[in-house]
Ligand binder design. Sequence first.
Ligand code: FMN
Length: 450
Amino acid sequence: MGTKERAGPLMRRHLHLNLFIHSRGHHEASWRHPDASALSVFDIGYYQGLAHRAEAGLFDSIFLADQLALGDDIVSGPRTGLEPITVLAALAASTSRIGLIATASTTYSEPFNLARQFASIDHISQGRVGWNIVTSWLATAAKNYGAGGALSHADRYERGEEFMTVVQALWDSWAVDAVLDDRSAGHYARAGAIRAIDHHGKYYQVAGPLNVPRCPQGRPVLVQAGSSETGRDFAARHAEAIFTAQMEKATARDFYRDLKARVVAAGRAPLQALILPGLSPLIAGTETEARRMSDDLGALTDPEVGRNRLSARFGGHDFSHLPLDRPLTPQDFPDPATVEAARSRTEVIVGLVRRETPTLRQLLAMLAGARGHHTFAGTPEQVADLMQDWFNDGAADGFNIMPPVLPSMLEVFISEVVPILQRRGLFRSDYQGETLRAHYGLQEPVSQFD
Ligand SMILES: Cc1cc2nc3c(=O)[nH]c(=O)nc-3n(C[C@H](O)[C@H](O)[C@H](O)COP(=O)(O)O)c2cc1C
């Protein structure tokens, strides 16, 4: 098969919008809010309802995160849900245009299983799947996979790199025209068009080929969200969309500039790696109303729950001695460089403490909104202004939309903010393509087959 390098559809630069589905909303207390969905987070109808709304709103994609252990804060909120790849299979059959992105771990999956599952969903959805590549930072996950302790940050990324080599080879193990399905001649597949990969590495021994034909997009759209030094280099090499948590525009711009430079250094075009910072917009008719809703949500949170979650972010560090109402200093936290868990998010948090010296109570309230992503409470015009500003000022190629309460805040976003973005020529008024790759304007991947 000849290698292909085809540009995505030519169009003016548009914002890309991904809906991040999490609990009954991203605010820690969303699940208790009267506007939150009445459905269980274990009801597939909940996910289907959100995906249909996002598709009607012309979003590029929806996204499901995943952790491989139950948090010990389950008593105080539904911070778990259905297994994401399984959910994508159901959504693939009940949607037709929107991209479908699920998280799966390079540390605790076998590359053959993962390559096969994502290829299958790409076939089921006819080219709409994306994979959020994670190395699984949660210390408790290791205990569910027979590993004594969590792997170090460096080990996880080293293993992840080899994992990528294996899955890419598996996705390329069938030529694009390998399947003949010629019933009269009795030839199902073309001889020589499917081949072994014979991978012998430090972590994986995989013969191949994959037992699923090349998928409609060539391979899933690759998404990544690690923001540490190692994570950024990994993203620059592999990721076609990059999620990131940034609390303010200045740091988002620094991240954008740095990541795009790494993408170019890796020999790739800047727009082949879209940067989508998180945005959690709380939208109301007036600023006063938006602030009131924000206060209502805040009143439903418990600082002790937030303290435990902060501890998990810092790999189990003990914050129990910190008073709630004294201003914090960076010395109250471990050095992020020593954190083996979600390192970049700890940098975001310590950076915020350095700049704003909040009390622990105030810090926890800020993190309750969207766990270190940018939160904003205002009118539809103000939300659109913010998005336009970040987009035009080198901070974002689009956004990972994280509604504080679901589905109500998604509905307001779609009915009030999307039309403003469309009027300003910043967002599509119809889907132009059929695949997630087309929505994101990404090239077809070059096959290693020949
Ligand atoms: C929007 C977003 C979503 C993420 N989703 C997951 C997830 O579902 N599972 C997970 O283990 N990590 C998730 N992460 C964490 C990253 O994949 C990464 O492990 C973390 O940022 C630490 O990597 P780093 O040390 O390179 O920054 C997410 C991060 C962001 C910004």
